[in-house]
Every structure is written in C-alpha cells, then in structure tokens.
Design a protein around this ligand. Sequence first.
Ligand code: HEC
Length: 443
Amino acid sequence: MKLLASAGLIGAVGVMSASVLAEEPHAKVTYAKEVSRIIQDNCQGCHQPSQIGPMSFMSYEEVRPWAPLIQLRVAQREMPPYQYDSDVGVQHLKGDWRMAQEDIDTIVAWVNQGAPFGSAEDLPPAREYPPVGEWRLAAELGPPDHTVKSSAWDVPAEGQDLWWKPEVDSGITESRCIKAVETLPSKAAHGSTHHANSHFMVKNEMGEWVRGDRLSEFAFGKLGEMVPKGACRKVPEDSKVGWEVHYYPDGNAVPNDQVTVGIWYHDEEDNFAEEDAYPQDLRAYNLNGGGDFLIPPHGTLMTQGFHSFDHPVRVDSWQPHMHLRGVAMALEVFDPATGSREVLSQASNWNAGWNHSHTYEDGFQPLIPAGATLVLTAWYDNTEGNPRNPDPDQWVGAGQRTTDEMSHAWIALTHLDEEGYEQMLAEQQELLKSQALVAGGAQ
Ligand code: HEC
C-alpha cells in the first residue's frame, strides 16, 4: 500500500483496513503493567497539562475515556505524530518518534480486552518533565552559546495568515562552525507560530546587504537540528539575521511577540577540526517540475522535480513540506551511471500539522555520487476523500497561504570531494555489513 506507484493509489493512503484493529490472540494486557509505560515513553511529553496535546494522559483516569481513539490513532501511526514510512528507505533516524510495532500491538490488544487497569502495584513511578517554553536541546547540550531574537510583533487573535519579516543584528563577532540550532517560538504564541525561518544577511564587495546562508528553519512541531560529524555549517561574523515568521492566528492575541533562535557552536571538547570538515548547508529544494501548478477541484496531482550536483554529496536530513492537499512525498536518487533508482525516504501519511526534519543517523546518511540526481515527488489529493481537505470545490494553486499548496523539501547536504566520498562509502559498507551480521545472527 505504501508504494505509490501511481496517482491512483492516493485514495488508499491513510485508510486503515478494519483487520488491523481486529481481535487477535494476545496475552492479557493491563494499563498498570504495560500500557502506562508505553504512554510515558511515547505520549506524555505532549499529553500533559500546559503542553500541546489537547488532552492529558498522566493517569489511568485520564487515559481510559480516550482508549478507542488512542487505539485508532496509534494503529494508524498518526500518533505519536511522526510521518515517515517504515517499510521503505533509510530507517536509521535521529529523534525518531515512531513507536515499535510491538508496542502498537500491545495498545491495540489492551483496548480490545476492554482497557483494564490491572493492579496498582504494577504501576511505574511518575515521570519528571522539563518545564515548557525551554530549549529542547538543552537537556543534551546545555543552554545555547548564542541567541538571536526577531523584533517584536503583535499577533492578533483572529484573521488570515500573516508574515513578519524583520532584519536584526546577529550579534555574531566571530565566524564559527555550528553544532546545533533550535528555533523557539514564545510560549504564548506557540499555537500561532506556523513557520519561522531565519537566514544570514552579509555585506557584498559593494558594501550592500545581501542574503546569505540559511540559519534555521522551523515549522510547527519541529525539534532542533544537529549538524552531523565532520560537517561545518558556518555563521558569518558581523552579519544580520533576516526572519520570515508566518503566523496563523489561533484565537489568542499575543502583543510584542518574539521568536528566538539558539545556536550551539562546536568547541575543542568536541574534537572538531574546522580544516578537516566539509561544508554543509540547509536549503529548500523547490522541485515541483516548473514552479506553478494547479490542482483541479475533486482532482489529484503529482509533481516531480530533479536536482543533480557536479560533486559528491551526503544527504544529512530531509524535511518534506506541503499543505492541506499534500498527502505524500518521496525522495529518491537516480544514478545515470548505473541506471539504479532508490527511495531514500518517503512519507505516505503526510500531515501538514507536523513538520519534522528526518535526520539520518551518523554513518547511515545516503551518499550521492557526482552526477546522480535527487528526485522529489509529491502527491496531492483535492477530493473529499482527503480528511484534511477544507474545500474540494476549490482550484488550488502554488502559494504562500495555508490554503494554497507548496511542494518543496528542506534538505541538508554536506558537499564532499571524491576522496571524502570514497572513504565515507567504504565506512558505510562496513557498517551495513556489521548490521547484517547482527540481524543474521539474531535469527
Ligand atoms: C509531539 C507531541 C505529541 C505526542 C508525542 C503525542 N501526541 Fe497525541 N496529539 C498531539 C496534538 C498536538 C494533538 C492535536 C492535534 C492533532 O490531532 O494533530 C494530538 C491529538 C491526539 C489525539 C486526538 C486525535 C483526534 O482525532 O482528535 C489522540 C487520541 C492522541 N493524540 C493520542 C496520542 C497517543 C496515544 C500518543 C502516544 C502514543 C500521542 N498522542 C503522542 C500531540 C502529541
């Protein structure tokens, strides 16, 4: 079902066959013993008071009324919200929220058995959680080394999409390599900060301010971003930061709102040598086959675009971006030298409410030889069969508003030379071989 070989399959995407929830023989499951632990590990981070989940799942009493809906959302892999196919493409991802199939089966069985509590002595101790509105990367990296804020803007309670594009002084006095970046919307405007992108502005030879590299990209639901080993994403000194903040009013007026970006730098302790590092950048690849497109009322559309490089690259992360009619996106690589074509990553249950940068684990990043082509394919469903479609009677074109469509992916690439490519390829083959041995031995 996940192989979207033709647009005709789009109707099938996201539809859950009844058999998935059917009663299958399963050992007795209780909330106290098994389910509470699964909910702690996978749900409570968001489903607790003052977090973004609409209901709290901190106790049996809070969870029990939602059991049937929990079963459905978990079985559909809509919750936890991490839209990435499990049966195709690179599966080694950092910060992967997907649940183990075994845990999904346990939840399904528990609800089928009547969602019993069990005995109190089986309950795990309650978890401690970090306070809201704080850097999520801080748990691992401590507070950021440098922060830049957008200038203040009044977010209204009601209305259409709004864009706020201020330029601010970066406050950066020394060019250094970034280890990690995270964009933090304010706590008050958390629900209305739809996207917040930031880029550097640098002076050209004429002394004019021009757009430089991307600093960070944030869309609702996204965590921070770590630059992988051996790569240097640079901050330019004496620069400015240009913001593009997209607010979508959510009913709460927020006066003087500011979005903050936090930067962590590589330091000596990281054993990081700038001269040995390859340059890395994060860009939006608008690969929609020619700019504009139109999706007819009650119709579907597929867009496809291509991008190749004259040097080898390593793909470090992939973040699909579409809006409400977007249902699936895939990133492939086609190598004309060998004729091979391979899916690197696919999300066939796309949900515009959640944007993740799917960051490949170190060593597992796809390595692309010079001359090979990245192929980005997006599928749209403007029929009433798409549960997120606000109005199937509309023509939908490419554009900025939430009700328009987009067709791009944010891709972080490390730009290699032949020597680095060959070396990383050899290391990767060793890694895959050792993994295959482990998997083979386990059978
Ligand atoms: C990253 C935060 C996050 C995590 C983790 C998360 N949820 Fe959610 N959940 C949300 C948000 C936000 C919503 C409301 C918006 C939406 O449905 O996407 C939601 C909605 C829901 C709903 C209501 C859906 C509906 O149709 O009304 C259920 C049920 C649910 N979550 C269950 C779970 C379960 C069970 C887990 C863990 C296995 C989980 N969630 C993990 C944030 C989260």
